[in-house]
Write a protein that binds this ligand. Structure first.
Ligand code: BMA
Length: 313
């Protein structure tokens, strides 16, 4: 057992890097952004923005250096359209972005807040200005989903987190056309008892493809007498069979500590939905929602996370 979790992810000194006060139109809170690097090197965050009705939409923020100088779209970039997509009646949340070379498109998998709870919806875009919706791909209650960036043995793979109350585990499902999904496999179970990741786990940002396997950062939800604590852990999965877990860390690596993570609409939450990898191929920036209120940044090294898993997994 090691106790070096404080070194694996380092908070940026200007955290939180984006708050509601930065928005060009009135909003309540901004959090849980998907992230990607555009072809010209611009960092794009697709932020979850909650308005004062309590409903969320998605809004793009772009920055040349990924830290500051954000250019935020003057209007909601992707707003709910319940007239045409009734499953979006209560908004869009928690997008994960995957660039898919085969399609030359970005695939955005997000939570559509339906009348019956959260479901998984999929949309595609080339420019983050226009979006093609493909509708619900996993019926409620299901969330924390992302698409892997390429087919595996001819099939697309979608990681998601259905709820079988009170427990919730990560699953992977397969499709040949991004529309019809099957071959459902349990990927990773929540632990039991007193563990930090007992009863409820979910994918956080999209998996990181490494020569050793898919490196997955996931959240564990610890229920306490004072409410839930959202912390992050690591696991490694087989590249050809993503339902096969090769390693799973025993300890969490990152949890709420700073005031902007401890206090907010939902205190004690760190919730990354995206990352960008720097040109060295190893340095990684996680963009995370802090206390369901603001957006923060933490940096890490992919090889250091893999090495940690070798020891702790
Ligand atoms: C999860 C998701 C996240 C949220 C977190 C903490 O279930 O709904 O959007 O950040 O709860 O409230």
């Amino acid at each position: 057992m090691t106790n070096n979790h404080t070194e694996l992810l380092r908070r940026h000194k200007s955290n939180p890097i984006l708050t509601a006060a930065d928005w060009p139109y009135p909003v309540h809170s901004v959090f849980n952004p998907g992230a990607t690097l555009l072809a010209d090197g611009t960092t794009l965050l697709l932020c979850r923005v909650e308005d004062r009705r309590g409903l969320s939409h998605l809004c793009a923020a772009r920055s040349a250096n990924g830290v500051d100088g954000w250019r935020i779209d003057p209007h909601p970039t992707m707003a709910a359209d319940p007239e045409h997509f009734p499953e979006e009646i209560w908004g869009l949340e928690d997008p994960r972005i995957t660039y898919v070379p085969e399609l030359s498109e970005y695939v955005i998998v997000y939570t559509a807040f339906t009348r019956d709870g959260p479901g998984v919806a999929l949309a595609t875009t080339v420019d983050f200005h226009e979006f093609k919706r493909h509708g619900i791909v996993m019926s409620p209650e299901d969330k924390d989903a992302t698409l892997l960036p390429h087919r595996i043995d001819g099939r697309w793979a979608l990681i998601h987190r259905p709820v079988s109350s009170p427990r919730a585990h990560m699953w992977v499902s397969y499709s040949s056309d991004l529309t019809h999904w099957g071959g459902h496999k349990l990927m990773m179970e929540a632990r039991l008892g007193g563990w930090w990741d007992a009863n409820k786990v979910g994918l956080s940002p999209p998996p990181i493809e490494t020569p050793r396997g898919w490196l997955v950062m996931y959240h564990g939800v610890r229920q306490t007498a004072a409410g839930a604590i959202y912390r992050l852990g690591l696991a490694l999965f087989n590249l050809k069979n993503p339902e096969v877990c090769l390693k799973r860390g025993s300890q969490w690596i990152f949890g709420p500590e700073e005031s902007y993570e401890l206090h907010g609409d939902v205190g004690n939450v760190v919730f990354p939905c995206g990352y960008t990898v720097l040109p060295d191929g190893d340095s990684i920036r996680f963009y995370y929602g802090a206390a369901d209120t603001s957006i923060a940044l933490a940096t890490a090294s992919i090889s250091a996370m893999l090495d940690w898993l070798e020891q702790d997994g």
